[in-house]
Design a protein around this ligand. Structure first.
Ligand SMILES: Cc1cc2nc3c(=O)[nH]c(=O)nc-3n(C[C@H](O)[C@H](O)[C@H](O)COP(=O)(O)OP(=O)(O)OC[C@H]3O[C@@H](n4cnc5c(N)ncnc54)[C@H](O)[C@@H]3O)c2cc1C
Length: 299
């Protein structure tokens, strides 16, 4: 079976073989994807899903790779990026229909310019809207799930599917969306606002982020907060800021971030995650759970 030829000829962007995932993750680490695909529309996405199913190939979907630790051995099967082709925002009354590849900052700005309020907090979250919906991304006390009215997906059978608000379950950095299919469009219900007020809030949130967050490559918060206890505070209090393994370091600016000093491998980051968890367990009798998704194979 020549996947590159068989599937590639059906897709505008073709198929990349052994594409390094380090090019597609914000941590800038990760081994090769066997077959890397960027569908140009939902028809191509359906084609990919059906092709993968008919040949029993594993399928992995991702967006901007800002919440992913891809291990150094890479990902087997078909790896699909929901990217720029799914980047659009359309207004319909007090609703916005936006493609899953829309950047969160652009979404916040587009809503503001339309005079729709309530999504300003999303500015600066570096993910795609699809990834944000799946993760129920949030900031400054707000969550994207609170604004979602419906989600359009492609099921794992390759069929179009719409989930209404009451069919979607959102929790702290989780949702039931991955079990249903691939997110291609999100419908947000927003309030009427004033563009200038929303744009000012956006600038405020962006400033706050640049004060709090390290500049080096990271995947944002590595661990989930415990009830009433921010993970970063726990890690800082036991003196782990600045701890490093290889090129991975617990950020001195924000203890829940692990940064890549330029030469980290996924193994360095994974070892540091495990070491932080062990020390927190030993010293505080608390169990930290990763918020980042750890995927692929070790080398
Ligand atoms: C500097 C920095 C700051 C951050 N700040 C925040 C923050 O304030 N709040 C916050 O919540 N997060 C934050 N994050 C984490 C991350 O940006 C969010 O979790 C974001 O929503 C992930 O989106 P993504 O497109 O990068 O998803 P990815 O990392 O590509 O994927 C994340 C998960 O979603 C799945 N997925 C992605 N797209 C789809 C799709 N279209 N259909 C089905 N499944 C999909 C993937 O399989 C994976 O399980 C930060 C990250 C960084 C690097």
């Amino acid at each position: 079976m020549n996947i590159e030829r068989e599937l590639g000829q059906k897709l505008k962007e073709g198929v990349k073989v052994n594409e390094p995932m380090s090019r597609h993750t914000s941590w800038q680490v990760g081994g090769p994807a066997d077959y890397f695909l960027c569908p140009a529309d939902t028809s191509e996405l359906k084609e990919i899903v059906r092709f993968g199913r008919s040949r029993a190939l594993p399928l992995y979907i991702f967006g901007n790779g800002t919440n992913l630790l891809v291990l150094d051995g890479g990902i087997r099967g078909l790896v699909v990026k929901i990217g720029e082709y799914f980047n659009y925002v359309r207004r319909s009354g007090d609703r916005l229909e936006a493609g899953a590849g829309t950047q969160m900052t652009n979404l916040a700005r587009s809503a503001a310019q339309e005079g729709l309020a309530g999504i300003e907090f999303a500015a600066g979250i570096p993910g795609s809207l699809g990834g944000a919906a799946v993760m129920n991304a949030g900031a400054f006390g707000c969550y994207i799930g609170e604004r979602i009215d419906a989600v359009r997906l492609i099921s794992y059978n390759g069929e179009s599917l719409t989930l209404e608000r009451e069919e979607i379950k959102f929790g702290y950095r989780t949702s039931n969306l991955p079990g249903k299919g691939i997110v291609v469009e999100v419908i947000l219900k927003l309030k009427k606002g004033h563009p200038a007020d929303s744009l000012e809030m956006i600038e405020h949130f962006l400033r706050e982020r640049s004060l709090r967050h390290p500049e080096l490559p990271s995947a944002g918060s590595v661990f989930r907060n415990l009830p009433g206890q921010p993970a970063g505070k726990i890690i800082e209090e036991i003196g782990l800021k600045g701890m490093s393994i290889g090129g991975a370091e617990v950020s001195c600016k924000h203890a829940n971030f692990i940064v890549n000093n330029g030469y980290a491998t996924a193994k360095d980051i994974l070892s540091l995650i495990e070491t932080v968890r062990r020390k927190v367990r030993e010293e505080c009798n608390l169990e930290l759970q990763p918020e980042v998704k750890i995927i692929g194979e070790e080398k």
